[in-house]
Ligand binder design. Structure first.
Ligand code: ASP
Length: 397
């Protein structure tokens, strides 16, 4: 597979393809493939073929998996945006930029049902991971087109589910649907194709707002700005300008390349709870009833919680020791890490068995807990793995 050898991807000055030439993209819905055409008068090329002079011919083919999200939404009769099956595939078929030799060949797969990412859950993470695993050997990389609301969760989950990953899996989406003339989606799709097909970033990433971030380090930080994601504790894997510059220091080495089918015997209940002033022991007890299997406690500052009367801690301690709840301490802050030993309010949490989440995002911690608890029933083992770096999600200090 041809990959960028250095750190910088340079645009090339290329002859503009003749405008009357139209290419046909391979398109698949639920794995029933069909060849879409831009217009009935268009000359037809083999399914999925776009000329690629940047790479050795036929060396690089990317799979674009459409899951949903604003990028491919249209306005419904009720005046709201909702995903529309077939729309994004059709849009891509009309995108003349895709004929550029700078871009890799690709195939488009729509994963039904297309969803607003607010509707996604753990079973959908598994669905996306399985779609990638099934096709893993056929492609040089993957682009997952996804809503922004829960993209950081899906990216994190995929990083844990795709154990052994040695190819790029790039999640992208947009703040504005491609129906808008000012949509950020077009650029995101084109750049993601380049990242998946030509760059050497063999991990799950998010390509958005001119940056490529590690998926399990990213958080959605804005719902209007085109820079919607940030990574408080890790530099971008690449920055996207006229040139795409990879950050070799942060990119993880490739995994074994052998992805196994997912085998998760359990469907654990994992919850996330953001502390707020006034959350007392009584309410906490209520919220932990019935007791889930895992809890991400989003604490203040460097990992602090209310300890004033001891009752709050006692509730946590009972849940941990009597009901086997695995609790991970993650800071509410976008950057920095949990240091439970700094304050008495943090040290007390560690004393009752709350695991430090170090510099993990709550999104990474929640999906990590889910994947671990789904796989193992040995709570000790899960607790140990929570503190280990499994997919670049935390820094071991
Ligand atoms: N609600 C949308 C989603 O997450 C928002 C977006 O894609 O930007 O699917």
């Amino acid at each position: 597979m041809a990959r960028l050898a250095g750190t910088v991807w340079e645009p090339r000055v290329l002859a503009v393809p003749a405008v009357d030439r139209v290419y046909t993209l391979g398109c698949a819905t639920d794995r029933r493939r069909y060849a879409g055409r831009l217009s009935s008068a268009a000359p037809r090329l083999p399914t999925g073929s776009l000329p690629s002079r940047h790479m050795p011919p036929a060396a690089v083919k990317v799979c674009v998996i459409h899951v949903g999200g604003t990028i491919g939404m249209t306005l419904t009769e009720s005046g709201h945006f909702a995903p529309q099956p077939g729309f994004l595939g059709e849009y891509l078929r009309g995108l003349t930029e895709l004929r550029s030799p700078e871009l890799p060949e690709f195939e488009f797969v729509e994963l039904p049902p297309l969803l607003d990412s607010a509707d996604l859950g753990p079973q959908d993470w598994l669905r996306i991971a399985e779609a990638i695993i099934e096709r893993y050997d056929e492609y040089a990389g993957f682009v997952v087109v996804h809503g922004t609301d829960t993209m950081a969760y899906s990216a994190s989950a995929l990083s844990f589910l795709l154990d052994g990953l040695s190819k790029p899996v790039v999640l992208t989406g947009a703040q504005l649907s491609v129906v808008h003339p000012r949509s950020d989606g077009r650029e995101h799709l084109l750049t993601s194709l380049i990242v998946a097909g030509s760059l050497d970033i063999p991990e799950v990433s998010i390509c958005f707002g001119r940056r490529v971030l590690r998926g399990n380090r990213a958080q959605k930080v804005h719902n209007q700005d085109f820079v919607a994601f940030d990574s408080g504790n890790l530099e971008p894997l690449a920055s996207v300008g006229a040139r795409i510059v990879q950050n070799r220091r942060t990119i993880r080495p490739p995994g074994s390349g052998r992805l196994r089918p997912i085998n998760l015997p359990r469907d654990p209940k994992v919850v996330s709870l953001r502390l707020f002033p006034g959350l007392g022991a009584e309410l906490l007890e209520h919220l932990l009833e019935p007791t889930p299997d895992g809890l991400v406690l989003e604490t203040y500052g460097v990992g602090n919680a209310p300890v004033r009367d001891g009752a709050f801690l006692a509730v946590l301690e009972r849940a941990i020791f009597e009901r086997q709840l695995v609790v991970v301490n993650c800071s509410q802050c976008h950057g920095g890490f949990v240091q439970p030993e700094t304050y008495a309010t943090g040290a007390a949490l560690a004393r009752v068995g709350v695991r430090s989440g170090a510099d993990m995002t709550p999104e990474a911690a929640l999906t990590k807990l889910y994947c671990l608890l789904a796989k193992y029933d040995d709570i000790e083992h899960v607790s140990r793995l929570v503190g280990e770096d499994l997919a670049g999600e935390l820094t071991i200090s």
